[in-house]
Design a binder for this molecule. Sequence first.
Ligand code: AMP
Ligand code: ZN
Length: 114
Amino acid sequence: MAECLFCAIVAGDIPATTVLETDRILAFRDIDPQAPTHVLVIPKDHYPDVAALAAADTSLLGEVITGAYRVAAVEGVGETGYRVVFNTGADAGQAVPHVHGHVLGGRSLTWPPG
Ligand code: AMP
Ligand code: ZN
């Protein structure tokens, strides 16, 4: 099994609830949702964070971002509003070192987040 948790999800070794999938990205529900819509969008290839992905492949970064906005639409929060967050590094509390965009919506989202 892949050492990386999200690579293991891509490989199908760990189950996840898929919301959207293309040949290069996967979107699945967060296991500990912080809002009625809480979906993670990842590239299937492993990059540790959004900075590494941006440095390596802006086309794939664009697919991840586009995936986030498509998720918002299929989840029905495209009109009510939502937030896309890429936690990056220790101070942001990034827990899983495989780049992922959180798509959060379905409730009023305060700013700044806690
Ligand atoms: P971050 O703190 O930005 O690295 O976010 C990691 C996210 O991954 C958290 O919101 C977790 O709830 C979520 N997470 C951890 N394990 C799983 C899993 N097996 N399936 C889905 N989401 C997960
Ligand atoms: Zn990975």
